[in-house]
Write a protein that binds this ligand. Structure first.
Ligand code: ASP
Length: 359
């Protein structure tokens, strides 16, 4: 159901005012059992999958969404809209100053400025919204939804995105935490041994880091939604936009089929439009995990030589997450050892992701 501008502003204000950081509840047992729910999609040869009966409500996300999938799941089983529910889920990471990959506290670009990207899709209404290189607003997922709800556009970037967010009532704030500023200064100092910045011997941080949260949900009536939000690649060139705000790359959702999203090296994902591809593989009858693995094969095939190791494998990692309309789900990464978060009737837990290559 469309929200009025007033309802939207009240909700956003509540999120912004919350200010607290929910902690991991003790009862979030880390059940590492693998496997997905039995499917009930009628598999076709390229025809859209058709859901018989009701779906199993389910929320799937990157592993940093373990708290968020529980929040989102509880909301969807109480009747909330799936996009509202998963945005509430990712808001936890966006507002957590300790999570240096998203929102407040995210690692900055090479000039020390935090620039955020996000996009979302709402299956039932077939709408999408996105923002990129957004500064000074902690919850880009909500701004992306506002673009979707209140404009005739899909994507706003940079200064225009910030101006829009402020007009919509979002609060401007400094997103660079002291911890992230210190990390940036250390990175900067170590760039060149001969410059005027003294090196910090205590620093072992890798040159570039990534991190993001993607979350996808299906309700009992088979309605789907997806959202991805990030501070992008640490120390990026100012203005660099990753895959997260690109509809079809960072996330994608088709209410007839399923939803998918990604984390990891955005440059590799943008070239393959992998979230769209995963949904298309599911439309053709593949299970979510198999669809994620198949998309990873495409990523490898599209990797430029300079990013391949001597063994012909990519030097980066990329993670995909997917849920089908019937509530089956899966995730896959290029390299073994990856996990993703899921919440369904069995509770919130981490599951092992499928992989193409053993580490
Ligand atoms: N995909 C994000 C980006 O490239 C980063 C990440 O997921 O780690 O901006």
């Amino acid at each position: 159901m469309p929200v009025t501008r007033r309802e939207f502003l009240e909700k956003s204000a509540a999120v912004a005012a919350a200010g607290f950081v929910p902690r991991l509840p003790d009862d979030f047992g880390l059940n590492l059992s693998a496997g997905t729910a039995p499917g009930s999609l009628v598999e076709g040869s390229g025809a859209p999958a058709v859901l018989k009966g009701r779906a199993r409500p389910c929320v799937v996300s990157s592993s940093n969404g373990l708290r968020g999938v529980k929040v989102a799941y509880d909301q969807i089983v109480s009747g909330a809209d799936p996009l509202d529910a998963i945005i509430a889920g990712v808001n936890i990471q966006e507002l957590d100053p300790e999570d240096q990959s998203v929102g407040l506290g995210g690692l900055p670009n090479e000039e020390g400025v935090v620039q955020l990207d996000a996009s979302c899709m709402h299956g039932p209404t077939r709408r999408a919204g996105a923002v990129a290189a957004l500064e000074d607003i902690a919850t880009p997922s909500l701004v992306a939804k506002a673009v979707m709800d209140y404009t005739d556009h899909v994507m706003l970037v940079g200064a225009g995105a910030k101006k829009f967010a402020k007009a919509m009532g979002f609060r401007e704030q400094e997103l660079l935490t002291e911890k992230s500023r210190q990390d940036w200064l250390r990175w900067k100092a170590r760039l060149n041994a001969n410059d005027a910045w003294l090196d910090h011997d205590d620093d072992v941080r890798i040159k570039f880091t990534t991190g993001t949260i993607n979350m996808n949900a299906v309700t009992a009536s088979g309605d789907l939604a997806s959202v991805t939000t990030t501070s992008g690649m640490a120390w990026k060139v100012p203005g660099r936009i990753g895959d997260s705000p690109i509809v079809g790359a960072g996330q994608y959702c088709d209410n007839l089929v399923g939803a998918a999203g990604s984390t990891g090296r955005g440059e590799a994902n943008i070239k393959t439009c992998a979230s769209f591809l995963i949904v298309e593989f599911m439309r053709a009858g593949m299970a979510p995990r198999a669809a994620c693995l198949k998309a990873l094969e495409r990523v490898v095939a599209m990797t430029e030589t300079r990013l391949l190791g001597p063994n012909g494998r990519p030097k980066f990692d990329l993670e995909f997450y997917a849920v089908a309309k019937d509530g089956t789900f899966g995730g896959a990464t290029l390299y073994s050892g990856g996990k993703f978060a899921v919440c369904d009737e069995r509770g919130a837990r981490l599951e092992e992701a499928g992989f193409l290559f053993r580490r």
